[in-house]
Design a protein around this ligand. Structure first.
Ligand code: NCD
Length: 309
């Protein structure tokens, strides 16, 4: 198993099955402890820097909540405009500076590869909270944890990943996790927003059973989980192209109840209009529980890379 102490968390492909099992086990342990304790005090005195150059609600706030619940504290920013980036400072210089102040760095940035760049100049472990259309490994781990909790196990489940598979970083990291659990993967997207070829090639090499379709109703029929994603508006150069794709897979409660009422419905959020509000009342609507799970998974990751578990 990988030595976690000091490790940068950069992409979904860096983990072995043992690594993932370990992270999810620690997260589950923390989750149970949080039922009776408000703070675990494992990282008392530690400071997390949250450097968010792109908008975020869940990722930033759950990282911050996770650090507070571990007994540590947080400094950071939630938009590039309020930082010296606006004066022309390079990412590398910003990271080198923050590295002088904090013990751990959680970062989100619009450029693919930015988290790796940060990790190459920072002594503190860097946790990638999303690098453009690249990777979002902490989200993928909390998604995996959510499937385990909702379905009892992740091994051998059938997962339908739907929406903007080209630009969606959560699904890019997700498949790197699911491939260790022999999941059957069905990708549903408009033709122009398919899962990138190099990721599909990787799945073939790994021997994973996957399919691609544009027919969501057929795909969810015998699935365990529907993982919806937002069309990633901010990655479209042409607004008209976004408007054409937006709303392609509008999900109604009626469809789910008719085709597969036991389906678990997940979404990294924010949703725009991919899931109708009345789906929220279904027992299988797991997206807000999924957001909650993010706290204990990020607690586990930070405690592990700090060498405290
Ligand atoms: C996702 C992201 O930022 O990649 N959100 C999240 O972290 N929960 C998904 C999205 O923005 O569509």
């Amino acid at each position: 198993m990988t030595e976690f102490k000091g490790l940068d968390i950069l992409d979904g492909a860096q983990f072995s099955r043992d690594d993932i099992d370990c992270i999810l086990q620690v997260a589950d342990d923390f989750n149970h402890r949080l039922e009776t304790e408000h703070s675990l005090d494992l990282l008392r005195g530690y400071v997390l820097g949250t450097l968010f150059f792109e908008p975020s609600t869940r990722t930033r706030l759950s990282f911050e909540t996770a650090m507070h619940r571990l007994g540590g504290s947080v400094v950071g920013f939630s938009s590039a405009e309020s930082t010296s980036t606006a004066k022309g400072e390079t990412l590398s210089d910003t990271i080198r500076t923050v590295d002088q102040y904090v013990d751990l760095i959680a970062m989100r940035h619009p450029a693919i590869g930015s988290a790796s760049l940060a990790a190459s100049v920072a002594a503190a472990p860097v946790l990638n909270g999303g690098d453009g259309a690249g990777q979002h490994p902490t989200q993928a781990l909390l998604d995996a944890y959510t499937i385990q909790r909702e379905r009892g196990q992740l091994d051998g489940t059938t997962l339908v990943l739907c929406g903007d598979l080209k630009n969606g970083r959560t699904v890019h990291s997700g498949v790197e996790i699911y491939k260790h659990f022999n999941c059957r993967l069905v990708f549903v997207s408009p033709d122009t927003l398919r899962m990138p070829a190099e990721i599909l090639d990787g799945l073939k090499t790994w021997g994973i059973d996957y399919g691609e379709t544009t027919d969501l109703a057929a795909a969810i029929q015998d699935a365990d989980v529907l993982y919806m994603t937002r069309i990633q508006k901010e990655r479209f150069a042409d607004p008209a192209e976004y408007e054409r794709r937006q709303g392609t897979y509008l999900r109604s409660r009626e469809l789910i109840e008719r085709v597969n009422p036991r389906l678990t419905v997940m979404h990294p959020l924010p949703r725009v209009n991919e899931i109708a509000a009345d789906v929220d009342e279904l027992q299988g609507a797991a997206y807000f529980r999924q957001a909650r799970n993010g706290v204990c998974v990020r607690m586990a990751l930070m405690a592990l890379v700090a060498g405290k578990v």
